[in-house]
Structure formats: structure tokens, C-alpha cells
Design a protein around this ligand. Structure first.
Ligand code: ZN
Length: 89
């Protein structure tokens, strides 16, 4: 790595690009590097152009959107009196 901020996981079935600023613990960057599956990129769009999808842990924007969606779903379930759908039988 030499100034590149993005690291792509080239392992088959993954093909994801990770943002290293900040590096997310969930990405297991060390594992990717030690497996020899790391390919550095200077920009996310370069990595996308090379066929890598954005890592779902990398974006600050993903988590709030997901929790907002879960709140909507939870609210809908409360409204429909189906809260027990969340419980294990
Ligand atoms: Zn990642």
C-alpha cells in the first residue's frame, strides 16, 4: 500500500472494495492481506470500474439507512399487532 486509500478483496465470491479511512473491523483487512487477495486502489470509482462492489461496512451512509428501514418495519409490525413475529416460538 502506497498512498492508496481503498483495498479490494480479489477472492472469488467476494470482489469487494474496502475503504481504509476509516478501516472497519468488520472488513478483516488483515485476513485479506495475509491471504494474498488484496489489490490497492487510489479511488473507489477506479475499484468499481475494475468490477469491485462497495463493501457494505465501508460507507457511513449505509448503517443509518438500514436502521431507519428497520424502524419502519418495526413500526409497521406494531401497527399491525404482529410484534410476536420477532419472537422465537
Ligand atoms: Zn469493508
Amino acid at each position: 500500500m502506497n498512498g492508496e486509500q481503498y483495498l479490494a478483496d480479489t477472492s472469488p465470491g467476494k470482489r469487494e472494495v474496502h475503504d481504509l479511512d476509516p478501516e472497519m473491523e468488520e472488513c478483516h483487512i488483515d485476513d485479506i492481506v495475509s491471504a494474498g487477495n488484496a489489490e490497492p486502489f487510489r479511488s473507489q470509482s477506479d475499484a468499481n470500474a475494475a468490477g469491485f462492489d462497495d463493501c457494505r461496512n465501508s460507507s457511513d451512509h449505509v448503517a443509518p439507512r438500514v436502521s431507519e428501514r428497520m424502524k419502519q418495519i418495526g413500526g409497521a409490525l406494531i401497527n399491525s399487532h404482529r410484534m410476536n413475529a420477532w419472537r422465537v416460538p
